[in-house]
Design a protein around this ligand. Structure first.
Ligand code: 4NP
Length: 165
């Protein structure tokens, strides 16, 4: 197991104090709100000490609720994302969070480019945690492929917290 993975183990046996995880996509209205909702759902269900938030690399939709299609898909999974509001990532996020998970490689490159020097945060692709052949969560904003995207996210979040369901 990689060191970074060991350091961010969250299993129920973990003695590690609460972990803070930030999910990041481009607009913060489709993928990262779903990822936040999925992980919050698992944390609640399995009593895991995880604080989750999400943000976008762009501010286009700041203050807006998640896309209606994302909300509908989330609801079907039992994830509550309706109260989330989009925001752009800030420099503080890089010191506050323990782990930042990017939905795709563009997000990852953007995050690495704006990471402040004093930040020790782990920045990874969410799907690094998944056994799926997909390495990126594709943008569903134009494709409308929300169900596929939510399944990819769900699988990775289960693996992130080491839970077999
Ligand atoms: P997200 O999806 O990054 O998963 O929130 C997108 C949302 C909005 C746009 C692109 C992607 N947009 O072009 O406005």
């Amino acid at each position: 197991m990689h060191l970074w993975r060991k350091e961010i183990q969250f299993g129920r046996e973990s003695k590690i104090k609460e972990k803070k995880i930030l999910m990041v996509c481009l607009g913060n209205i489709c993928r990262s709100p779903l990822a936040q909702g999925a992980l919050e759902f698992l944390a609640k269900k399995h009593s895991l000490k995880i604080y989750v938030d999400s943000a976008g690399t762009e501010a286009w939709h700041s203050g807006k609720s998640p896309d209606k299609r994302a909300q509908r898909t989330a609801l079907a999974k039992g994830w509550n994302i309706g109260s989330q509001r989009a925001r752009r990532i800030t420099p503080k996020d890089f010191t506050y969070f323990d782990l930042i998970l990017a939905m795709d490689k563009d997000n990852l490159l953007d995050l690495q480019a704006i990471r402040p020097r004093n930040s020790n945060v782990f920045i990874k692709l969410l799907l690094e945690f998944s056994s799926d052949k997909e390495k990126e969560v594709p943008d569903p904003y134009y494709s409308g492929n929300f169900e596929y995207v939510s399944n990819l996210i769900e699988k990775a979040c289960l693996s992130l917290v080491d839970i077999d369901e």
